[in-house]
Write a protein that binds this ligand. Structure first.
Ligand SMILES: [Fe+2]
Length: 241
């Protein structure tokens, strides 16, 4: 069984107050923002004279684009039908942007292939072009994710209970393969606040076999500093599920 990354709770801005609601977007979007930012910075400082380092950076770009593509499909197949079922046309704008994202991902893949195949003297210009176009892709995604976390969450919170949202989340999680769970965990957990991180791990403790959870945490440990690791250990040990 694979470790399952759970949703977080976010304060909902509703007419009835600000009771925390299940937020299906916030944790995965923090993971994506972190992954996108790190990858963009790496491309910006790429050393095209060092073929091994360049290939490593481009491999991270491949991994990012694959995750972004998968994320679009998850939202198209699970989130948008849920919104449309109770708020017709509620996901139209974002669905259109998803089509643009997939086209953009294809163009970036072409640029990656061109850079990989380029002779040494052409690489610097191609790497700069990739950096700028990846930056535009990241910029579009930052704007896009904000709409999802505000307008889409408002629609979901207006029409679904937290229990229904957790059922939706469970179906989405079950569709994700183990490798993607590990990749998302690597970027998500370090990107969360200490309280959010502890809540996610406590949620996993409740539904994940110990050996699978230990494997995920070992995978993530190098990406947490000592303070964050100590906080997480104390929070999850003192609040066993
Ligand atoms: Fe999206």
């Amino acid at each position: 069984m694979t470790p399952t990354l759970i949703a977080s709770k976010s304060p909902a801005q509703t007419a009835t107050g600000s009771a925390p609601r299940v937020d299906l977007y916030a944790p995965i979007h923090k993971a994506l923002r972190s992954f996108m930012s790190d990858t963009l910075l790496r491309v910006g400082r790429i050393d095209v004279a060092d073929i091994d380092e360049m290939q490593c950076t481009l491999a991270q770009c491949d991994e990012l684009l694959a995750l972004c593509e998968s994320h679009v499909h998850h939202e198209n197949h699970f989130m948008h039908p849920a919104i449309e079922a109770r708020q017709p046309s509620g996901s139209v704008r974002i669905a259109h942007e998803h089509e643009e994202h997939l086209q953009h991902i294809g163009e970036l893949r072409d640029e990656l292939a061109t850079l990989r195949a380029a002779p040494r003297q052409a690489r610097a210009a191609l790497a700069l072009r990739l950096y700028r176009h990846l930056a535009l892709f990241v910029a579009a995604n930052l704007q896009h994710m904000h709409i999802e976390e505000t307008a889409h969450n408002a629609a979901l919170w207006a029409h679904y209970s937290d229990a229904e949202l957790m059922q939706l989340h469970g179906r989405l999680m079950a569709s994700i393969d183990p490798r993607e769970h590990l990749l998302v965990g690597r970027w998500m957990l370090p990107a969360l606040t200490p309280d959010e991180r502890a809540a996610v791990v406590r949620g996993m403790q409740a539904e994940t076999p110990p050996e699978a959870l230990m494997g995920l945490l070992a995978h993530i440990r190098p990406h947490l500093d000592d303070k964050a690791w100590t906080q997480l250990s104390q929070a999850t040990l003192t609040h066993p599920s």
